[in-house]
Design a binder for this molecule. Structure first.
Ligand code: PRP
Ligand code: URA
Length: 209
């Protein structure tokens, strides 16, 4: 069974509360998502292995540590996952970025794929899939499946708000994929939106409603 990492640092909770408010506009929503993504990135990358490097400081010789050769890819699920990319890139500027386009059919709530472009060596990378909303879990599960079909074996899912239903589905279908979230909310409504949630993340990021 994969591990659920609840990243509920006070600063993250504070910023998420502002994001949730319906009074918060797109500009602030985007900015806060960016900031939270960077902060969550610390936890998502916490166990990256280090290697020794001998360096000379102005004061002398030392054996210091650097992140070992493990390469990273960030794969946002379009559209809303895009809002988490810049924060992670601030932390790991050399990461590659792939894109998976999925939208939910409004009636069935099932994901429909419309785009996939990934780094050519994606199978050799630690992949962080980003999507702020883990609702039914269908979109994340399909995105992870697409990555596995392309040879990826080291995948983490970073979201912002998760519903119990989505967590359960990812853990059932992809028990090897750890989930990182800033909140676990109460339930899904009849339209499969997270309650209390924050509404439609894509629309709030891009101001499309
Ligand atoms: C939202 C969200 C997730 C998905 C979550 O995307 O960003 O990708 O729904 O729902 P699920 O867990 O039930 O699959 P949406 O389909 O609204 O597309 P958008 O980001 O382009 O608005
Ligand atoms: N997608 C969103 O953007 N929000 C939800 O609550 C569920 C799916």
């Amino acid at each position: 069974m994969s591990t659920l990492h609840l990243i509920d640092h006070p600063m993250i909770q504070h910023k998420l509360t502002i994001m949730r408010s319906k009074e918060t506009g797109s500009k602030d929503f985007r900015q806060l998502l960016n900031e939270i993504s960077l902060l969550m990135g610390y936890e998502v990358t916490r166990d990256l292995p280090l290697e020794d490097e001998e360096i000379e400081t102005p004061m002398g010789h030392m054996v210091a540590h650097k992140v070992a050769g493990r390469k990273l890819a960030i794969v946002p699920i379009l559209r809303a996952g895009l809002g988490m990319v810049d924060g992670l890139l601030t932390l790991v500027p050399v990461a590659r970025v792939g894109h998976i386009g999925l939208y939910r059919n409004e009636e069935t709530h099932k994901p429909v794929v419309y785009y996939c472009k990934l780094p050519s060596d994606i199978q050799d990378r630690l992949v962080i899939v980003t999507d702020p909303m883990l609702a039914t879990g269908g979109s994340s599960c399909d995105a992870i499946q697409m990555l596995k079909e392309r040879g990826c074996s080291n995948i983490r899912l970073m979201c912002l708000v998760a519903a119990p239903e989505g967590i359960a589905l990812v853990q059932k279908e992809h028990p090897d994929v750890d989930i990182y979230t800033a909140a676990v909310d109460e339930y899904l409504n009849k339209d499969a939106y997270i309650v209390p949630g924050l509404g439609d993340a894509g629309d709030r990021i891009f101001g499309t409603k």
